[in-house]
Design a binder for this molecule. Structure first.
Ligand code: UDP
Length: 460
């Protein structure tokens, strides 16, 4: 692709898989359009540059030499257990080092046409961009419905929906149909005020930016995007699903484990396998993990289950499976530590996705027409799950609070045997809508053209 002369874009992702993946996909899209891309990234949980040879990577270090022993991020794992505390430390630790790195990039010769930063980095990134005279765009890596719910948190607090009271869990949130009180995007955290501070900063950061890029598509969230754009008054570009723009943009290098998964899937009947994964951050108790293990086994359906390190913090999960469990599932189930999810969902043997409803997983399953069993854990996942079940009607809810082995067995086997209540057909129809949005003259393609024009206009 011919380079657009002097047009370098700097990107600054949040260092979590669910945020990093879409930023890298967006980087691929910009590169494809002729921009050169530099990715500034944190030394905490940093990406692997060798997988993305088209981009320049620069590591930002957050501690000075000799200060490693006082590092609040050392030995810290990405885990849902203290996500907002971790976010807080990240935002503080990288503020000044980011400013310095951005200033160094801008004074480095090549013209920088804009910065694209994750929405969660917030207002400090805006200040840093203004200091060096570079316009800043925001990438929001979740859907518009959940962002609208986040934006409504101050109102919902004023109306006493928050903090959530156990007696009101099933009450409807009149202001945000079809959400119930238990769907509100909160998190159990030691310092609930931190959540509100981070969300407020994210909203103000988006409002002061030169535009928001969305990993969603208009046919999926038209109303929610319209509601948000009335409040934000900055240009919106909904160009998703990002991972589908061009299959060749994706760095899906397949490794030995991926081949083993594919060859196991190849031996299963079409649409017979339940793929089970709760993303890169979700954490659960050992008791829940064991209920899932027995529920899956007892459902007698073939399953592929991602048991990630850290899913139950501090426990070696494969060790904690009861003696004889693996033998009892035989070839019916496969357990892996990580899967190439895009490849798995695209495989014809996969008939159902039991997911935590992270936004990437939600979009990825819709794009492959795979209906879902929804077990949301926190933040936006509950909003996504409610939309999956009640708005798009492409899945069923299996709440964590009700997740014992009998319920799991019943939900999994009936979803696979009865094939749901038209979920698959509706999911295929959504997949087609996504394809249309991404196709020639589709809304995501047109919005991408507008985004490129917008970015090039910064130069003039
Ligand atoms: N993912 C993957 N393999 C796995 C589990 C997850 O490739 O075994 C990818 C998945 O395709 C998605 C991302 O990790 O792109 C998870 O993002 P999501 O928003 O679904 O959830 P999060 O991890 O942020 O909670």
């Amino acid at each position: 692709m011919e380079e657009i002369r002097g047009s370098k874009i700097i990107m600054f992702p949040l260092p979590f898989t669910g945020h990093l993946n879409p930023m890298i996909e967006l980087a691929g899209i910009f590169h494809h359009r002729g921009f050169s891309v530099t990715i500034l990234h944190t030394s905490f949980n940093s990406p692997d540059p060798s997988r993305h040879p088209h981009f320049t990577f620069r590591t930002i270090h957050h501690n000075k030499e000799g200060e490693e022993d006082q590092d609040p991020l050392s030995k810290r794992e990405v885990s849902a257990m203290d996500l907002f505390a971790l976010l807080s430390v990240l935002k503080q630790s990288y503020d000044e080092p980011f400013r310095q790195s951005l200033a160094a990039e801008v004074s480095g010769g090549e013209t920088v046409c804009c910065l694209v930063s994750d929405a969660i980095w917030g207002t400090n990134m805006q200040a840093a961009a203004e200091e060096v005279g570079v316009p800043r765009l925001v990438l929001r890596t979740t859907g518009a419905a959940s962002f609208y719910a986040f934006a409504s948190l101050p109102l919902l607090r004023a109306k006493d929906y928050l903090p959530i009271q156990d007696s009101r869990l099933d009450d409807p949130v009149i202001e945000l149909p079809p959400l119930k009180v238990k769907d509100l995007p909160t998190i159990v955290t030691k310092d609930p005020e931190e959540l509100y501070r981070i969300v407020k900063d994210m909203m103000e950061g988006a409002k002061s930016s030169s535009g928001v890029i969305w990993n969603t598509f208009e046919d999926l969230e038209r109303l929610e995007l319209m509601n948000l754009s009335r409040n934000f008054q900055v240009p919106f570009f909904s160009i998703g699903p990002l991972h589908k723009h061009s299959e060749d943009l994706l760095s899906t290098k397949t490794n030995k484990e991926d081949y083993a998964v594919t060859s196991w899937l190849d031996k299963q009947d079409a649409k017979s396998v339940v793929y089970v994964s709760f993303g890169s951050v979700a954490a659960m108790k050992e008791k829940e993990f064991l209920e899932i293990a027995w529920g899956l086994r007892n459902s007698k359906q073939p399953f592929l289950w991602v048991v990630r390190h850290g899913l139950v913090p501090g426990v070696d999960l494969l060790e904690s499976l009861p003696c004889g469990f693996m033998e009892s599932i035989g070839n019916k189930g496969k357990i892996v530590k990580w899967a190439n999810q895009l490849e798995v969902l695209a495989h014809p043997a996969v008939g159902m996705f039991w997911t935590h409803c992270g936004w990437n997983s939600t979009l990825e399953s819709i794009c492959d027409g795979v209906p879902t069993i929804c077990t949301p854990f926190q933040t936006d996942q509950r909003v996504n799950a409610r939309y999956i079940v009640e708005v798009w009607r492409v899945g069923i809810m299996l709440e964590r609070s009700k997740m014992d082995k009998r319920e799991i067995e019943q939900v999994v086997s009936s979803a696979m045997i009865d094939k749901g209540d038209g979920w698959r057909e509706r999911c295929m129809a959504l997949k087609e809508r996504a394809d249309i949005c991404l196709g020639k003259d589709g809304s995501s393609s047109n919005n991408l053209d507008k985004l490129v024009t917008h970015v090039l206009s910064f130069d003039s």
